[in-house]
Design a protein around this ligand. Sequence first.
Ligand SMILES: [Zn+2]
Length: 328
Amino acid sequence: MAHFEGFRLVAPDLSRVIDASRPGCPFCPERILSVTPRLPDAIARGGRVQRGEATLFPNISPYDRHSVVVALTREHFVAADRFTAVQLADGLLASLAYFRALPGSRRGSHSVVTWNYMPPAGATQVHPHLQAFSTNRPGSLLEEEVRCSRRFWRRHHLPYWKELAESEAASGERFVARGQHTVWLTAFVSRSVVSDVLTLFPGRAQLEELSHGDVAEFAEGLTMALAALHEEGIRAFNLALYSAPGGDTNPHFWLHARLSPRIFFNPAIEGSDSTAWQHLLDEPFMVRSPEALAERLRTRWGTLGESPGPTPGTGQRRRERRGPGSPR
Ligand SMILES: [Zn+2]
């Protein structure tokens, strides 16, 4: 971790971008059904999946053969602390309906959902939207996670992710909360310079396995995390849900999500947080520790579902963490 003395988050003013993008936005309700493409009726009757405010349609810049966009809200712009759990859940449930409707064998294919919120996080539209796609080439990070999770399972006869959840709960330092369906913590090594939030789904390996209860609790937790990030001035983020390949049982793997805040180092000049270190040396660094973010999240985290909130540290010895992507 790099140490930047006195680093202070300053919220960028994105109002000009929001206003300028409103006229002509393809995802606003008055345009979306006339300008976006349609899916085959066999996948979605009428060409699109509609659920609550969410509208799902094919991505005109597809990542793979099966690749869609989910416009999440009717409003053109929603501040990160204003999303409702219902809006977020409906967007995810629309994605699940799409994945479940895909034809043929999905053996070896990963169902992936991503979210680039606002232009500093790579969004090409201000209007909130997810990407959902099915691919057998999900990228080296997820492929390595699956490979290393399998290896951990063979060696230790338990999922790495279970060990991660239990050891983080025991130490308490990066642990945020545990619900009935999800475990929340911050990432020991984060992609964001101000640390990432991880959500684990115990016993679930693939997105298609999620129940309504799983999705509802995740959406509820996500609204709390986003509100906490917004409160401190974060105005952009990336989110990904990492799913095991289809066609196999994957007891070694837990579906998980990573929420990664994006900032300007210097908002006055729109100075990106992606530097040569991450971009060219593949070396993430943090200017705020994951322990500090976890502490911040815990202070405002209510109870999630019906279970108790954060588990206090028990004073156990802090273990060296070996993530699925770490060299052994
Ligand atoms: Zn719009």
